[in-house]
Design a protein around this ligand. Structure first.
Ligand code: MRU
Length: 350
C-alpha cells in the first residue's frame, strides 16, 4: 500500500503529492510548522490525510516543546493547534483531528509533561491506524453498491493518497474489484489542480485497476454514451442534512448523474460528517490562488490580469446523493435521520 504519511524518528514523512505522477519523492517534516506548510501547499491533501497529518503535527510540536511547566506547555500546545487549524478551511477532518488531540491533552493534565508527550504521539499514531481501518470498513459496506461490471466515474482523488491508506471512494472501488467485480474507473482530470490525472490515475494504475482518464468536460458525454454505471466520490465535509462539500466540479457530476439516472455515491468516514453544520450553506469554501487557473504546469495559459474565480470545493445538495457510505454503514435519505443515527451509534459504543 502507498505510504501517504508516516510517523518516523526523523519526523513526519510524506509522499510529495505535488511531484506525482512523474516523481515519487518523500519529504520529512521536522517540526509542526513544516507540517502546516505541507498541508497549505498540498504536499499532503485529501480530507482524512489532512486530519492525520495535523494530528501528527500536534504530536510533533508537543514532543519538541521545551516547556517545563504545564501552563507553559499548554500555551505552546494552543499555538501549535491554532497554526495547524489555519491551514485549510473546508475539510472538517482537520478540525476534528485537532479537537481530538485537545481532548486527549485535557485528559492527561495531571500527568508529567514527558508522559503527556508520549500519549499524544500514541494518539496521532492511533488515528493513522484507525483511518485505514475505517477505509477498509467503507470498502466492505460500499462494494455491494457498485455494479458487477461496468464503468465507475470518480472525481478528484479520494484514494490512498487522500487518506492514511486504502482510500474512501477508491477504497470502495478497491474492495469491489477485490470481490471480483469487473470495473473500469473513469477518472476526471479535476481542473485546476489535476488530482484526478496526477493522483487517481497514478494510484489506480499502480494497483492494476483498469483506468480511463477523461477531461472534466467529458463526463456528460461518457454518461450519455452509456459508459458510466455509477459515480463515487469522497467528501471534505458533510452537513447534517447530507449536503456534501467536495472538490470543485463534484456538483456538476452529480447533476449529470441524476439526469442520466446513474447512482451518485459518496464515501467518507464519520469524521467528515459535521452535525454542527445544518446544511451546505454553512460550509466554508476555500478560495485558492488565481495562478492555479491561469497557469498549467508553470506555463501561463490566460491573459495577464484576467479576473479569476478559484473556489476549491463546491456543495452538492443532498437530493443528488443516492447514498453516503461510512465505516459504520450506509446512510440514505432522509440524511438528517440516517447520519445522526450513525454518528450517535459511534458515540454510544465509545
Ligand atoms: O483540495 P484537495 O485535494 O485536498 O481536495 C480533496 C478532495 O476534495 C477529496 O475528494 C476529499 O478530500 C475526499 S478524500 C478521501
Amino acid at each position: 500500500m502507498i505510504k501517504t504519511l508516516e510517523w518516523t524518528d526523523a519526523g513526519v514523512r510524506l509522499i510529495d503529492q505535488t511531484k506525482l505522477p512523474t516523481e515519487e519523492l518523500y519529504v520529512t517534516c521536522k517540526n509542526y510548522e513544516e507540517i502546516a506548510d505541507a498541508i497549505r501547499t498540498m504536499i499532503v491533501r485529501g480530507a482524512p490525510a489532512i486530519g492525520v497529518a495535523a494530528a501528527m503535527g500536534v504530536a510533533l510540536g508537543a514532543k519538541q516543546s521545551p516547556a517545563k511547566t504545564l501552563p507553559e506547555f499548554e500555551r505552546e500546545f494552543d499555538t501549535i493547534c491554532n497554526v495547524l487549524a489555519s491551514t485549510r478551511p473546508t475539510a472538517v477532518n482537520l478540525f476534528w483531528a485537532i479537537r481530538r488531540m485537545r481532548v486527549k491533552f485535557n485528559s492527561l493534565r495531571a500527568r508529567p509533561i514527558e508522559e503527556i508527550k508520549e500519549e499524544l504521539v500514541a494518539e496521532a499514531q492511533r488515528m493513522h491506524v484507525e483511518d485505514i481501518a475505517a477505509n477498509k470498513a467503507m470498502g466492505r459496506h460500499g462494494a455491494a453498491l457498485l455494479p458487477e461490471r461496468g464503468g465507475v466515474l470518480t472525481h478528484c482523488n479520494a484514494g490512498a493518497l487522500a487518506t492514511a491508506g486504502y482510500g474512501t471512494a477508491l477504497g470502495v472501488i478497491r474492495a469491489a474489484v477485490a470481490s471480483g467485480k469487473q470495473l473500469n474507473v473513469f477518472a476526471d482530470e479535476t481542473r485546476p489542480f489535476l488530482q484526478g490525472s496526477r493522483l487517481t490515475a497514478w494510484e489506480l494504475m499502480k494497483d492494476g485497476i483498469p483506468t480511463t482518464l477523461i477531461a472534466d468536460n467529458m463526463a456528460g458525454a461518457m454518461m450519455r454514451l452509456g459508459k458510466i454505471d455509477a459515480v463515487i466520490v469522497g467528501a471534505d465535509r458533510i452537513a447534517a442534512n447530507g449536503d456534501v462539500a467536495n472538490k470543485i466540479g463534484t456538483y456538476s457530476v452529480a447533476v449529470l448523474a441524476k439526469e442520466h439516472r446513474i447512482p451518485f455515491y459518496v464515501a467518507a468516514p464519520i469524521s467528515t460528517v459535521d452535525l454542527k453544520t445544518g446544511d451546505g450553506s454553512g460550509i466554508p469554501i476555500e478560495q485558492r490562488a488565481a495562478s492555479e487557473v491561469t497557469h498549467l504546469a508553470g506555463r501561463q495559459i490566460a491573459p495577464d490580469e484576467v479576473n479569476v474565480e478559484n473556489p476549491a470545493f463546491d456543495v452538492t445538495p443532498n437530493r443528488y446523493v443516492s447514498a453516503i457510505i461510512t465505516e459504520l454503514g450506509v446512510a440514505r435519505a432522509p440524511y438528517e435521520e440516517s447520519l445522526a443515527k450513525l454518528v450517535n451509534s459511534r458515540a454510544q459504543s465509545s
